[in-house]
Design a protein around this ligand. Sequence first.
Ligand code: DGL
Length: 264
Amino acid sequence: MSNSNPIGFFDSGVGGTSIWKEVIQLLPNENSIYLSDSKNAPYGEKPIAEIIALSKKNTEKLIEMGCKIIVVACNTATTNAIQILRQTYSIPIIGIEPAIKPAALGSQTKSIGILATKGTLSSKLFSKTSELYSQNINIIEVVGNGLVSLIEQGKQNSPEIKEVLYTLLKPMLDAKIDFLVLGCSHYPYLVPALKEILPADVTIIDSGEAVAKQTKKVLLENDLIDTSKKSSNHLLYSNADPKVLENLVRSQQTNLEVLIWIFN
Ligand code: DGL
């Protein structure tokens, strides 16, 4: 395995590019491959066995493509499948989980909201983390029904999605949350819409930066950092309409050169 081999990412769709972007910004010399399994989105409502099977399929594809490390850029796949992935494959695997800890520790109102998929909120891994920080904190968990599908259609700023968000956030607003945890990698794309709805004193947090730091740490520990001075390659694959993926990545105004491809 050479250090110039790419970092592999996968998600149930386009949302994991929010994580991909953070990792690539922190590690600009790295090459990357991103799989957007949009054909099978959303994962969040699927049975655990199916989430595991899809996560294995994506991981194997990335390994075949020569990736040196895998970032599971999906909370639903992480919380339901990461243990099995780590038992099955020998390369380092990084996961993403909702950032409950900083929200619980930072909350003044002692009330925090978590927006995530059904698959994440009902997972054992999430319950374990949530229990750790739930003493003296009121945690309002809301399933983001409908959000992933709308983002997969490129509708993250539509009136339709704002209407869905108003309804989903109501119990959190009623409970006077001061932190909203985005527990799905698609949701950072909702921040502009969320800011229109939430009071200014609600802090919105996601796990992108933490995943980027963890990826760097694990690459360093395994002596896998790419130190060659060259321009990096970023290949992004979608198995649905590649335009949605392309528009989302281009809207982030990074100067990155990316190539968008289709996979089966
Ligand atoms: N981006 C995925 C996550 O982080 C979305 C899950 C889904 O497809 O439902 O959970």
